[in-house]
Write a protein that binds this ligand. Structure first.
Ligand SMILES: Cc1cc2nc3c(=O)[nH]c(=O)nc-3n(C[C@H](O)[C@H](O)[C@H](O)COP(=O)(O)OP(=O)(O)OC[C@H]3O[C@@H](n4cnc5c(N)ncnc54)[C@H](O)[C@@H]3O)c2cc1C
Length: 333
C-alpha cells in the first residue's frame, strides 16, 4: 500500500468553518491523500468573504472579483472533488476517547457520530456590533437606520455622503470608510478611542482633506436624537464638544465567532490555548495545544486577518496534519 492509500484509510479530518481558511485546508487535505470533512453552520460557504461586496484588489489574480464571487468559485472547486461538505450544521461536539477524537455533528440529515483523525478550527470572527455602544446614554433613542455596524457601513454610501457621518474606529476599515465617504462628497468626523492604527497608506488619504476631522483618544459620552439625525457629546483631549451628524458608523473590529468552548470536552478545551479576547493561540505549525486540534485563519490571527493569510494557514495546517499523521504524532502514536 502506498503512503497516500495508507492515509486515506485514516479517519476523516473534521474542518469546522467553510471560509477561505477552511476551504483551502479541505482542498489541501484532499490533495495530500487525507479525508477532509468540511462543516459550516451557515447555509453557504465563504464566511466573511460574503460580506465584502467591493471589487477585490488583494487576492492575486482575482481582478475586480467581489468576495461572494470568489467564495462561490472556491466552493465550486471543492464541489468538483470527492470531499464531504455539510452546510447548515446546527452544532458539533468533540470528545477524546482514549487516544482517539470522537466527533458528533448535528447535520441537516441528523446527528453523525464519527471518529476523526484531527480537527481543524477555521471558525473565523464576527463584527463587533451594538454591544460596543451599550453603555452610551441615549443610543437607544436613535433611529436604527442611522447607526451602521461593520460591513453595513459600506452600503448606501451615496446616501450617507449627503450629510455628516461620525465614524467610531481607528483601524483600516474605519479609515477606508471615511475615505470613501469623502470621495462621495460627504463630511466625516473620525473618532479613535486611542491612537489611529490604520495602515500609513490609508491614513495618508485623509491628511489635509477638507471635510474631515480626526480625533484621537476620543469617546462618545452621550447621544440625543435631533430632527436631522443626532447630536453627539464627544470628549477628547480638546475638551467636550457637541457634534451634529446624520449617521453613526461603528467600525471597531472583530471578535472570534461563537462559543467554541461549548463544543469541546472540558479536558480537551483546557489544553487549548486562547487569549483574553478568545482568539486561539497556535504554535508556528497551527497546533492549538491539545493533541489533534489545529486552527487556521482569522480565529487565530487577530493581528493581520485577510483572505490570503487565511488560505495559506489552511494549506499549512493541512500539510502539518499530513506530516503529524505520517509520523504518528497526531493520534495513536
Ligand atoms: C466587509 C469586509 C471586507 C473585507 N475585505 C477584505 C479584503 O478586501 N481583502 C482581504 O484579504 N480580506 C478582507 N476581509 C477579511 C476576510 O474576509 C477575512 O479575513 C477572511 O474571510 C477570514 O477567513 P476565515 O476562513 O478565517 O474566516 P471566515 O471567513 O470568518 O469563515 C469562518 C466560517 O466559520 C463558520 N463558523 C463559525 N463558527 C462555527 C461553528 N461553531 N460551527 C460551524 N461553522 C462555524 C462561519 O459560518 C464562517 O463561514 C474583509 C472582511 C469584511 C467583513
Amino acid at each position: 500500500m502506498s503512503m497516500e492509500e495508507g492515509l486515506v484509510e485514516c479517519a476523516p479530518v473534521l474542518v469546522v468553518g467553510a471560509g477561505p481558511a477552511g476551504m483551502s485546508c479541505a482542498l489541501w487535505l484532499h490533495n495530500l491523500g487525507l479525508r477532509p470533512w468540511l462543516i459550516d453552520q451557515a447555509g453557504e460557504a465563504g464566511g466573511l468573504m460574503n460580506a465584502n461586496t467591493l471589487p477585490n484588489n488583494w487576492v492575486l489574480g482575482q481582478i475586480a472579483q467581489t468576495g461572494p464571487q470568489m467564495a462561490s468559485q472556491f466552493a465550486r472547486h471543492l464541489a468538483s472533488l470527492p470531499i464531504r461538505v455539510d452546510m447548515g450544521v446546527e452544532r458539533f461536539a468533540v470528545n477524546r476517547q482514549g487516544d482517539a477524537l470522537q466527533v458528533a455533528v448535528w447535520t441537516t440529515q441528523g446527528v453523525v457520530h464519527q471518529p476523526c483523525a484531527a480537527v481543524v478550527l477555521a471558525t473565523g470572527t464576527r463584527v463587533r456590533g451594538r454591544e460596543t455602544l451599550g453603555g452610551i446614554p441615549g443610543i437607544d433613542s436613535i433611529e436604527a437606520r442611522r447607526v451602521c455596524y461593520g460591513p453595513a457601513a459600506f452600503e448606501n454610501l451615496a446616501l450617507a455622503a449627503q450629510g455628516r457621518t461620525v465614524i467610531i474606529g481607528g483601524g483600516d476599515n474605519a479609515v477606508e470608510n471615511a475615505h470613501m465617504l469623502l470621495m462621495a462628497g460627504g463630511e466625516v468626523v473620525l473618532l479613535a478611542r486611542s491612537e489611529f492604527r490604520a495602515q500609513a497608506a490609508l491614513m495618508s488619504q485623509l491628511i489635509d482633506q477638507p471635510r474631515v476631522r480626526l480625533l484621537q483618544q476620543a469617546s462618545v459620552q452621550q447621544i440625543e436624537p435631533t430632527a436631522a439625525g443626532m447630536a453627539l457629546s464627544i470628549s477628547s483631549p480638546q475638551g467636550l464638544e457637541s457634534i451634529e451628524a446624520q449617521r453613526l458608523h461603528v467600525l471597531v473590529g472583530y471578535e472570534p465567532n461563537g462559543n467554541l468552548e461549548a463544543s469541546f470536552e472540558a479536558g480537551v478545551w483546557s489544553a487549548m490555548q486562547h487569549d483574553a479576547q478568545g482568539y486561539l493561540c497556535v504554535d508556528s505549525w497551527g497546533r492549538c495545544g491539545a493533541k489533534g486540534i489545529y486552527a487556521a485563519g482569522d480565529v487565530c490571527n487577530p493581528v493581520f486577518p485577510n483572505v490570503v493569510s487565511a488560505m495559506s494557514q489552511g494549506a499549512q495546517v493541512a500539510k502539518v496534519i499530513e506530516r503529524d499523521l505520517r509520523l504518528g504524532k497526531c493520534l495513536g502514536e
